[in-house]
Ligand binder design. Sequence first.
Ligand code: URA
Length: 223
Amino acid sequence: MAPVADDSPVPADRAERAAAFAELRDRALECRRCRLAEGRTQVVFGSGDPDADLMFVGEGPGAEEDRQGVPFVGRSGQLLDRLMAEEMDLTRDRAYIANVVKCRPPDNRDPKPDEIEACRPWLEAQVDLIGPKVIVTLGNFSSRLLLDTREGITRLRGSVYPYRDRPDGTPVQLVPTFHPAAVLRGGGEPMAGMRADLVRAKQTLGTAASAGTGASVDAGGSA
Ligand code: URA
């Protein structure tokens, strides 16, 4: 399978990075690297600020996302928006939101390992070009993929993990939490856990900002 991005270094210049990101998106919208291309209405590449310090990574588009071409616009997304506002004092346009797979699995089934592998380079390229300081993984699929583990989210959450360094040497930190759909199903306990994880993510962003890394997200505020 042809690579989605070449090996050229991530441009240091913001405008060049934005152009590279737009080009990546254009190519992803035509992707046919796996069988999910056959059933999709459209590719749900991601949304938000491609220069954000904070990135959320979910599992894959559902029916509403497939219709609108935007991640997390259904019930899970409404919960994510609410908790982001309440615990992080943030709106979604200040972060970038993406998924492990960019096309809707039929009947909302779980993405299969070969589909995740086929889609992975798009996510890797998004992370490279956005250069977030903190990634919040939502649920098992993104947490396991990015942390390269088989451990489940219930055990993974509650901690901050080093993910990798950005090209400028700044560390990228990963904060795993429950998927909002699991919180909608599970009620009080996962809800409290997800709230605590978002506060943790905000504090981690604040630490990155105060280390002089120039975070664009305002890490002060209510939490
Ligand atoms: N669930 C996800 O994991 N991603 C979406 O975009 C919507 C629901």
